[in-house]
Write a protein that binds this ligand. Sequence first.
Ligand code: ADP
Ligand code: C5P
Ligand code: MG
Length: 205
Amino acid sequence: MLVKRLLRGLQSAIMSDKYNVAFVLGGPGAGKGTQCEKIVKEFGYVHLSAGDLLREERAKPGSEFGDMIEEHIKNGTIVPVEITCSLLERAMKNSEKNDFLIDGFPRNQNNLEGWNKQMGEKVNLKFVLFFNCPLEVCTQRCLDRGAAGSGRSDDNMESLKKRFDTYMNATMPIIEHYEALNLVQTIDATRSPEEVFEDVKPLFS
Ligand code: ADP
Ligand code: C5P
Ligand code: MG
C-alpha cells in the first residue's frame, strides 16, 4: 500500500515536471487558431501557433532567418525544424503555465523527428486535435481571411495550392502516424465555430 502510494507520488511528480501538450492540426483555414482561442479562454491553456511564431521571427529586424522563413511561407513549404522547435521551446520555457496547445505542428516528418529528439522526453503528449475540413471550405475561409485584411502573404490562390499540396503530402502522414498510436481526436470543422467548440469542450473538461 505504502509502496503503491509512493510510486503514484513519484509518477505524478515526474509527470508534472513535463509540459502537457495537445497538438492541433488540420488544413490551412480549418479553424485551428479560432478554436485554440476558445480553448485558452475556457480552459486556460497557452496557445502557441508555429505559424505565428515564424511570422514573428520573420518580422524581427535583422533576423538571420527572416528571408528564408518568408520564402517557405509564400511557397507553403515547411521551415526546418531546428528553427520552429527552438521558437516553440523558448516560448514554453518563458511561460508560467504548463499546458500548451501547439497549433500547426508537427507538419511533416522533419518536424516530427526534430520534436521527438529535442522535446520528446520533456513532454506529456495528451492527444492530437485534428480539425477535419474539406479543401474547398478551407480555401474559401483563407480567401475570405485574406479579403478581410489578414495581411498574410499566403492567403491567396497561388500560395494556397502549394499549402494544400504540403498538407496532403506531408502533414496527412503525420496525422496517420498519430492515428496508429490512437492519439488523434477528430473533429468535424465544417460547422460554425460555436458548434465545433461544443465538440472540442469535452476533450478538455
Ligand atoms: P487556421 O488557424 O486553421 O488557419 P483560422 O482559425 O485562422 O484557421 O480560421 C480561418 C478563417 O476562417 C478565419 O477568417 C476565421 O475567422 C474563419 N473561421 C474559423 N472557423 C470557422 C468556422 N467554423 N466557420 C466559418 N469560418 C471560420
Ligand atoms: O499554420 P499557418 O497556416 O499559420 O502556417 C503558415 C505557414 O508557416 C506554413 O504554410 C509554413 O510555410 C509555415 N510553417 C512551417 N512549419 C510549421 C508551421 C508553419 O514552416 N510547423
Ligand atoms: Mg492559424
